[in-house]
Design a protein around this ligand. Structure first.
Ligand code: GLC
Length: 749
């Protein structure tokens, strides 16, 4: 439809129709089953209101959605099509590593391709939009949803969020196999006080804009069609009613013209927040903030009409929201093709598209982070004098739930476990044995997940027998690989934890195995950085695999046996213990900085019972070879403010990277910059660039980074955004701890 036709349609719609477009309900209201997250209480909706709703969430299935669309459009007075949306977070039928793992790849293009594949599968099931990417900055491992973010760095998150949006939407969201993307959760959701889900967020304006806003803004600049409000308060105002956030910044400063959708029940939750005395006020505050779609409450449905008729709410507010929703439907081509790419044959295919499965297997190792390795990895594929046989002992050895807590639509049987991968590994001649040893959940432990209810139903005797068998198998092996970690339903939404270790019952198994065979390789599954002190101290190798998705088993076995190398580098720090949290690399120096090990007395910024440094720092990760870095060289010692690059406002920093090992390998060369003094305190360093460089054994290559004035900009004392003259350090190395640096200055002409 043309924009004139859209305007004509809007003008012709009744007040009820207009309000209907702002309502979003799960498919359960349309003769299907929906996924219910968040507080769903009595909805108080009439059948007519349901028949008028403008969008549906969490329902999938080409045949089902076609049927819902057909039935709905026949009843809708102007036959306006429904929007179908769902959480396609790290894959649809083919599931990829969780976003936090993807961030560790330091390869945004990998995530773009994952999003493209996800969009194809989601579009064929009838979906038009996904509630992804989640671009919240996260620095608190206690918070369950760190698994859904790409980590603790604003620059990295911005690159990944933009790449995912390009993967979902392509150049034109109306094209085949493309779906609309939704940047979430705006804003600051990743910094809940105490790491406790839905808790208040207290950030200064400067920290908010410097660290937390860039990834949302870059998502808008990348063309995301939707933005989702966050549950939290910011400055003690819930985001969903926060006019400054939504109107002044999102739409005013950033020019966002897309659809703003509330998070689940967030509009009704304005009452619980205590800023709306009743649903009338909640409706008024949310619409005034410019929230276009009310996800899963009756507030807009039952509390807009009268206020508009009484003139308390301007019709212009409603019309503006309806127009944005109609425009999105039009961009998707739904007026001409209401079912867009829904394809029963594709959607119901017997197996995952082979190319998708192959990509999932190839991509996952790039997200694995090798945290420790004394040389025991890679394992030999054939028996050797020292490694005659290998045991796989641990609860994840045959676990199918390896996709993370935000993967709702995959077929469990299509996931590949470690055991299945071992059974299918044709190149392995080294004898392998396996034993589960325990369940992922402890005795009697159970939890309601988003997909299903999970429970450990084993009896005590059965568990004791499992453990005894595991110890026996471990004792008889030369090497023991221990796949273990947290349950995926103990991560994600509503999963804040005050302790962040590997579950204790699994650690008991680890200790019993260690007592009979210390040649242990731990394969750690988790959706958050865990406290890995004990396994890191005792095991000979620790491989962090997060939740690796459909092809996880193959990817892990390929990596353990050297078919491929672990390519990840941490995008989120692993704390020494939970007491350090929040801990992240780009902290401020403080007035009394302390470096672990320095004998600088009592009154410095330190703990007396733990180091300042996390156990594993941002950017850290090992491969199967080693690299050396030459000192950093700079093309010039100073830059001139305000000049064009050619005239001296940019310089080049370079190192020579050498593969000093005996295997080819890929290094993530990282550029950090420190502003030594500014009108406000500046971080000890900030990631400003990275390059994945693959070298053969003994090969060297110069790796260059252009440093521009733009990289040096920040929110200055007066909150203007720009650079300031002064001294800087450029560091280039293998992680955020590198001391390989050179000094340069930025000066006024
Ligand atoms: C949830 C999440 C949000 C998700 C939405 C729809 O509560 O906060 O990220 O997209 O509901 O499932």
């Amino acid at each position: 439809m043309t924009s004139e036709q859209i305007q004509t349609l809007l003008a012709d719609m009744s007040l009820q129709e207009k309000i209907g477009q702002l309502i979003q309900l799960t498919g359960v209201f349309y003769a299907g089953e929906g996924m219910a997250t968040g507080p769903m209480s009595e909805m108080g909706l009439t059948r007519e209101q349901v028949d008028m709703a403008g969008s549906v969430l969490s329902s999938v299935g080409a045949a089902r959605l076609k049927n819902i669309q057909k039935t709905y459009m026949e009843k809708q007075p102007h036959h306006i099509p429904l929007l179908f949306m769902a959480d396609v977070i790290n894959g649809f039928r083919t599931v990829f590593p969780i976003p936090l793992a993807q961030g560790c790849s330091f390869d945004p293009e990998l995530s773009r391709e994952m999003a493209r594949v996800s969009a194809r599968e989601a579009a064929r099931t009838g979906l038009h939009a996904t509630f992804s990417p989640m671009v919240d900055l996260v620095r608190d491992a206690r918070w369950g949803r760190v698994m859904e973010s790409t980590g603790e760095d604003p620059y990295l998150n911005g690159l990944f969020g933009s790449a995912m949006i390009r993967g979902y939407q392509g150049e034109n969201v109306g094209e085949k196999d493309r779906i609309a993307a939704c940047v979430k959760h705006f804003a600051g959701y990743g910094a809940p006080m105490g790491g406790r889900e839905y808790n208040q967020v207290e950030l200064s304006e400067r920290t908010l804009r410097q660290d937390y806003m860039p990834s949302y803004r870059q998502g808008v600049e990348a063309g995301a069609e939707l933005v989702m409000t966050s549950f939290n308060t910011l400055g003690r105002v819930p985001a969903t009613a926060n006019r400054e956030l939504m109107q002044d910044i999102l739409r005013g400063e950033w020019g966002f013209e897309g659809v703003l959708i509330s998070d689940w029940a967030a509009i009704r939750e304005l009452l619980a927040h205590g800023i709306a005395a009743d649903r009338d006020e909640a409706a008024y505050l949310a619409l005034r903030a410019g929230v276009d779609i009310d996800m899963m409450t009756d507030v807009y449905a039952n509390h807009l009409e009268r206020q508009i008729r009484e003139g308390k709410i301007p019709m212009e507010w409603l019309d503006a929201s309806v127009l944005r929703i109609l425009n999105l439907k039009n961009k998707l081509g739904l007026f001409e093709h209401p079912c867009k790419d829904a394809d029963e044959a594709y959607d119901g295919a017997a197996d995952i598209e082979p190319a998708h499965r192959a990509f999932a297997r190839k991509a996952a190792p790039e997200t694995f982070v090798l945290l420790k390795n004394d040389g025991i990895l890679p394992l030999p594929t054939a028996p050797t004098e020292r490694v005659r046989n290998i045991a796989f002992v641990g609860p994840y050895v045959d676990e199918k739930r390896i996709c993370g807590s935000w993967s709702l639509f995959y077929n469990m049987e299509e996931n590949v476990t470690i055991q299945e991968a071992l059974e299918q590994a044709r190149t392995l001649t080294v004898p392998v044995s396996w034993a589960k040893g325990c369940q992922v959940l402890d005795y009697g432990q159970e939890r309601d997940g988003f997909r299903d209810h999970v429970k450990n139903t084993c009896g005590r005797e059965e568990l004791e027998a499992m453990e005894a068998e595991a110890v026996r198998v471990a004792r008889e092996a030369d090497v023991v690989v221990m796949p273990m970690g947290e349950h995926h339903e103990y991560t994600g939404e509503g999963s804040a934890r005050t302790e962040i270790g590997i579950p204790e019952h699994q650690m008991e198994l680890f200790r019993r195995v260690y007592a009979v065979n210390p040649n242990i390789v731990v394969v750690s599954f988790s959706g958050r950085p865990l406290d890995l002190r004990e396994v890191s101290r005792k095991a000979r190798a620790v491989l962090q695999v997060w939740f690796p998705g459909t092809e996880g088993g193959h990817a892990i076995v390929d990596t353990l046996f050297g078919e491929t190398e672990p390519g990840g580098r941490l995008s989120m720090s692993f704390p020494y213990n939970v007491g350090q949290v929040p801990v992240y690399y780009s902290e401020l120096p403080t007035g009394r900085p302390h470096l672990d090990g320095a004998a600088d007395g009592r009154c410095v910024s330190r703990y007396i019972d733990a180091p300042n440094k996390p156990l594993y720092v941002f950017g850290y990760g090992m491969g199967y070879t080693t690299f050396s870095y030459s000192p950093v060289t700079l093309s010039r010692g100073d830059m001139v403010m305000g000049k064009k690059a050619a005239e001296g406002s940019a310089l080049t920093a370079a190192v020579t990277l050498t593969n000093t090992g005996s295997r080819p390998g890929t290094e993530v060369v990282q550029l950090y910059i420190r502003d030594m003094a500014g009108s406000v305190a500046r971080p000890v360093r900030e990631l400003k660039g990275f390059q994945r460089v693959t070298l053969g054994p003994g090969e060297s290559r110069q790796v260059c980074f252009d440093i521009t004035e733009e990289m040096l900009r920040f929110y200055r004392l007066d909150m203007s955004y720009g650079a300031e003259p002064g001294q800087f350090m450029a560091y280039i190395g293998s992680d955020s701890d590198t001391q390989n640096g050179a000094s340069f200055s930025l000066r006024q002409e």
